[in-house]
Ligand binder design. Structure first.
Ligand code: HXC
Length: 257
């Protein structure tokens, strides 16, 4: 596929998507959304890929949805503009996705990071939902996912004031998985992604589905879902291989089935 706003690369079993609109601090316009969704879906359909990394530049992961593209839109335009379905497709990717965030992750950029499963932050990262400064509110999940990540009071303060928080505050708040020195961000993301991609795909898909269920369901329903999916993995060859390898004190050789 030909992409204009992102760079796409495969390294081993890991698919890399790098946002590449430096002139707009990687602002997420409709084309960027379509390209990210297309690239992530293509990786997701490929069993040679076991993890996806989404990253931006040193200065910006993404400074939000493209304000210049949105400015003249009506409410109906926003509904009809396919913004929401596109991002839902990205969030529905089965393969684990790591956001490697350096610099600004604001508005839609913060929301894109929160659609990923792991958020690794450079110590230079800045997170925020500044939409209130523009007379609007988060529109790609910010008001819902941020609360689940950091709790009501932290999320409300960020969304109502529009202020940014640095990487250390984001880590304390539980928005990021881990903070690393900026110079090590991509290496560290690669290491985490390689580790994940070395596991059995059916168990990775199951783990992500169970994590997603935890975000969306009451506890009793989530526990039922977990038990069902846990049991189903005992019909995979990789469960037999993983447990035999433990017993035989060797590394497992997973076949992704
Ligand atoms: C369009 C953007 C942009 C954005 C930056 N740019 N953010 N263009 N949409 N979200 C452009 C600038 O216009 C400028 O281009 C260039 O990128 C560099 O940005 P500067 O502002 O000159 O850089 P700096 O002074 O370093 O400030 C960085 C910044 C600031 C603090 C990140 O750019 C900023 O506040 N950006 C907007 C952040 C924001 O409000 N995001 C939320 C968007 S709403 P030119 O050509 O003009 O020099 C949102 C809603 C999601 O995300 C829901 C959608 C469905």
């Amino acid at each position: 596929a030909e992409y204009e706003t992102i760079l796409v690369e495969t390294r081993g079993r890991v698919g890399w998507i790098t946002l590449n609109r430096p002139e707009a601090l990687n602002a997420l316009n409709t084309q960027v959304m379509r390209e990210i969704v297309a690239a992530a879906s293509a990786f997701d359909a490929d069993t040679a890929i076991g993890a996806i990394v989404v990253t931006g530049s040193e200065r910006a992961f993404a400074a939000g949805a493209d304000i210049k593209e949105m400015e003249s839109q009506t409410g109906l335009d926003m509904v009809m503009g396919d913004h929401f379905g596109g991002w839902a497709d990205f969030a529905a990717v089965r393969t684990p996705v790591i956001a490697a965030v350096s610099g600004y992750a604001l508005g839609g950029g913060c929301e894109l990071a929160m659609m990923c499963d792991i958020i690794l932050a450079a110590d230079s990262a800045k997170f925020g939902q500044p939409e209130i400064n523009l007379g609007v509110i988060p529109g790609m999940g910010g008001s819902q996912r941020l609360i689940r990540a950091v709790g009501y009071y932290k999320a409300a303060e960020l969304i109502l004031t529009g202020r940014m928080m640095d990487a250390a505050e984001a880590e304390r708040a539980g928005l990021v998985s881990r903070v690393v020195p900026a110079a090590e961000l991509l290496d560290e993301a690669g290491t985490v992604a390689d580790t994940i991609a070395s596991k059995s795909l059916p168990s990775l898909y199951a783990a992500k589905a169970a994590l997603d269920a935890a975000m969306e369901t009451p506890l009793a329903e989530g526990l039922r879902f977990e038990r069902h999916v846990f049991a189903s993995l005992f019909d995979t060859a990789d469960q037999k291989e993983g447990m035999a390898a433990f017993r035989e004190k060797r590394s497992p050789d997973f076949q992704n089935r």
